[in-house]
Structures are given as C-alpha cells and as structure tokens.
Design a protein around this ligand. Structure first.
Ligand code: PHB
Length: 396
C-alpha cells in the first residue's frame, strides 16, 4: 500500500490551500476530488477575499493574478430604502478587501499545485476512511476516474469535502455537536453582461427585501435579490429581476446597470457549526465543518483560517512528533467560526425582510441598521468584521 503523510479529501479552498501550505514546508499530500477539474474551476460562488486571505496568497506565491485582476476595495455602500450610506472600510480599519470569486482562487491554487508536481486526483471518490483512531496510519479506500479501487495509508486525513461531507459523521459520532440554523429566505443570483454599476459593492435593503450589487469584471456583473428558498429560476423573468433590483438598490445618483442575463441560480441560506472538528487522525476543515450564509462572503476566508491552524499543526506533528497544536485545533478554530457565524447572521437579519414582516418589524430593522451606520463606533464595528480578523499565525 502506498503511504503519504497527509491525505486531503476535497479540492476546494480548504483542501487546496492546505496542500500548498504543507508543500512549502516540504510535506507532501494527496488531494482527492470527486468532480472534474472543469467543474471545480467553473462553479459560480461568492467572491470576497479578506485582507488576511489576500496576504496569504501574496506571501505564499499564489497572489500574482489576483493582484492584477481583482478589484481592491476600500469601501462598501449600504442602501436603506433608497438612501445610500458609504462605509469607508480602509479609513476605519486600515484593511482592504478584494473582489475575487472563489473559482478564480481555486484556479490559481490548482495551477500552482500542478506546477509544483503535487498529487491532485480529479474524478476520484473516497469510499472509506478507516483506522483513524489508532496509533498507526489511517487507511483510505478510493476509486479513480477509470473506476479502479485503490488503498492508501496516511498519517493524517483532512476532510475538506464541502457541506455534505460524508466523513463528518465519523467525527460527530459519540457526542459531537452539529448546530444548525435555517433562514426563511434565499438569494436569487444572476450574472449579467453590463458595465459596473459602481466600483464598490452595494448592500441594499428595502421593505420588499435585500439586493446586492457586486461585480466580476468591467463587463460582467454579479447581482443578488432576496427570494423565497423554494423559488426556481423560471419564477424570475428578466423584467421582474430588473424591476426588483431598481426598486431595492437604486439611490439618488446610482442606477443599477442593466444588460444580458446569462446565469440564474437560487442560493440556499444555511448556518451550521460542527464541534469538535477532529477525531484521532481525522480533521474537518472548511464547509465540511461549518457553513455560513453568503452575506459577507465569509465561507472561503473561514476555510483559509482553519488551514492556517492545521498546516503548522500537521507540520509540527510530522516533522517533530509534536502534536500539541494539532490537539488544540478545534479549540483554536471554533471561536472564530462562531464569530463569523454571528456576523453573517447579524448582517443577514438586518438586511433581509422576513416574509410577511409588518411595518413594526421593517422599521425596527432599518433603525438597527441606522443605529450602526449613524455612529462611527458602529461603522467601525461593522467594518472590522467585514474586512475580517488577521489569520491565526503559528510557527511551523
Ligand atoms: C459575490 O460577489 O458573489 C458576493 C459579494 C459579497 C457578498 C456575497 C457575495 O457578501
């Protein structure tokens, strides 16, 4: 049986970032990904990199294209019922964010992994993870793209295989917790061939609900509208989309730019946190452990924060036989996850109309938002959470 120090299940932000960080320490890994490379590189996802995430890309030699192509934003706008308020993120926090969608991040890490000669197996399904609680290595059984089944032994296994991770139940069995929250709304997301409405993002709220004006390139824009979780794209003909975007997000001097819509999809809103995130030699990272709703786009950044603990933890364990940091992984990762969970929940609740909400509920919601925005302390609080905390830093 072949042996590898670290087996990573899933080529998403957590898995690919971890493989890259380990490689920089001279530790090899195998990454298993059930989808094709094309599917991974083309799935449309949210797109904000916190300052810590962009620093990591820069410092580890993966940031060149991001630096060149991403919009680096120093502010966001919040529009309340047609009145636009600017939050100067950089002035308040010293930090910026980059608008760089997740699939672009993944393309850069996949290209780097391949040029570094890393093992990245697409269309390969992990069938089972066994022996992860003993003193010896764990056993991975997997089926490759040709349908052939193999086994591999690994000192450590990291399940970074997304929100429906089959490995999660191995970690939560015997007393683990999976805390969940469902939201009474979802986002209807579109891609449009249109010029930018403006450079910075607009988070808009209105008695009829939320809208987000985001961007992809000079000629492609990403817009979202709050919708019902059961809505389907055929319920959103183009004229309904434009009517609702203008109603919710236009403000004096700002008109949402229109164009040809070429992608429509409904994004579900869910929160979930798994505790602990480890059992024996098996660790959960990214969405396999926790899911946040898309408001604020914290998902990718949280995945990067997880592996900023796991990478030095695994390195110390493998190189120096010191498992201290690895043993503390959940204890170190979970408080940050709950803070991001709270921020995403809080922003979502202030900006979205609960279906059927009455005048009292709408006005209270607007007043909460105004109380935050009318105070410098309030704006700074929101800005600090939005740009994110520095990533955890540990010696390797
Ligand atoms: C996006 O551009 O997809 C995006 C931006 C900001 C968010 C969520 C999604 O808060």
């Amino acid at each position: 049986m072949n042996h590898v120090p670290v087996a990573i299940i899933g080529a998403g932000p957590a898995g690919l970032t971890l493989a890259h960080l380990l490689h920089l320490q001279g530790i090899e890994s195998v990454v298993f990904e059930s989808r094709t490379r094309q599917a991974v590189e083309e799935t449309v996802r949210a797109g904000i990199l916190e300052q810590g995430t962009l620093n990591l890309m820069r410092e580890t030699g993966v940031g060149e294209r991001m630096e060149r192509e991403a919009d680096h934003d120093e502010a966001i706008d919040i529009a309340i019922n047609g009145e636009n308020i600017r939050i100067p993120l950089t002035e308040l926090t010293g930090h910026k964010v980059a608008i760089y969608p997740q699939h672009e991040y993944l393309k850069d890490f996949i290209a780097k992994r391949i040029s570094d000669g890393g093992e990245l197996l697409f269309e390969t399904t992990v069938d089972s993870v066994e022996n992860y609680q003993g003193d010896g290595p764990a056993t991975i059984t997997y089926t490759d793209a040709d349908g052939t089944t193999h086994q591999l032994s690994a000192d450590y296994v990291v399940a970074a295989d997304g929100s429906s991770s089959p490995s999660r139940s191995l970690v939560t069995a015997d007393g683990g917790i999976r805390a969940r929250h469902e939201y009474p709304y979802a986002w209807f997301g579109i891609l449009v061939e249109a010029p930018k409405t403006q450079k910075e993002l607009i988070y808009a709220t209105h008695p009829e609900g939320f809208a987000l004006i985001s961007t992809r390139t000079d000629t492609v824009q990403r817009y979202y509208l709050q919708c019902d979780p059961e809505d389907t794209p055929d319920m959103w003909p183009d004229d309904r989309i434009w009517e609702q975007l203008h109603l919710r997000a236009d403000s004096p001097g700002i008109t949402v730019s229109e164009g040809k819509i070429f992608d429509k999809a409904v994004l579900r809103f869910r929160s979930a946190v798994t505790e602990p995130m480890q059992k024996g030699r098996l660790f959960l990272a990214g969405d396999a452990a926790h899911t946040v709703p898309p408001t604020g786009a914290k998902g990718l950044n949280l995945a990067v924060a997880d592996v900023s603990v796991l990478a030095p933890g695994l390195t110390r364990a493998i190189k120096r036989n010191d498992t201290g940091l690895l043993d503390d992984y959940s204890k170190l990762a979970v408080p940050r996850i709950w803070k991001a969970q709270h921020f995403s929940f809080w922003m979502s609740s202030m900006l979205h109309a609960v279906p059927g909400e009455d005048h009292f509920a709408t006005q209270r919601r607007f007043a909460e938002l105004r109380s935050v925005l009318d105070s410098e302390a309030g704006q700074r609080y929101l800005a600090e959470q939005y740009v994110g905390r520095d990533l955890p830093r540990f010696d390797y």
